[in-house]
Write a new protein. Structure first.
Length: 132
């Protein structure tokens, strides 16, 4: 669980264009799962990178996606980009995301007026089954 929170916070720090980022943890006893969400304001370039990684982790098994991103990271000078694959692999989770433009949920009205047209709110949702 700490790995999940660390990876999501690290992503928010790396990819946010302005503060704040919000980490929310919900215990959903009805569906017997923890739901962890991370919201941050980012730009289209980072959304594209996220979607590329997301497509890899959704199109392969957790092990295959993790291995592919680890090998890609070893051969690249860019940041590693293995966090989501690590979450999925190690925690056997379901990962989803949403993109919105409702900046008021994260920043003040004055800050909303100054937001860049290229910015979006990226919300990553991770659902972890509770173990008995």
């Amino acid at each position: 669980f700490s790995t999940l929170c660390y990876e999501l916070m690290e992503n928010a720090c790396k990819y946010s264009v302005i503060s704040p980022a919000i980490l929310e943890i919900i215990t959903d006893t009805y569906s017997s799962q923890f739901i962890v969400t991370m919201k941050n304001i980012t730009d289209q370039k980072h959304v594209k990178t996220f979607k590329d990684i997301y497509s890899i982790i959704k199109s392969k098994t957790a092990v295959e996606a993790y291995k592919e991103l680890v090998f890609r990271s070893m051969n690249s000078n860019d940041i590693s980009q293995i966090g989501l694959a690590r979450i999925q692999y190690e925690l056997e989770t379901e990962i989803q995301y949403e993109i919105s433009y409702n900046f008021e949920e994260l920043v003040s009205e004055n800050e909303v007026k100054s937001t860049n047209q290229n910015w979006v709110i990226l919300t990553i949702i991770v659902k972890i089954p509770m173990k008995n």
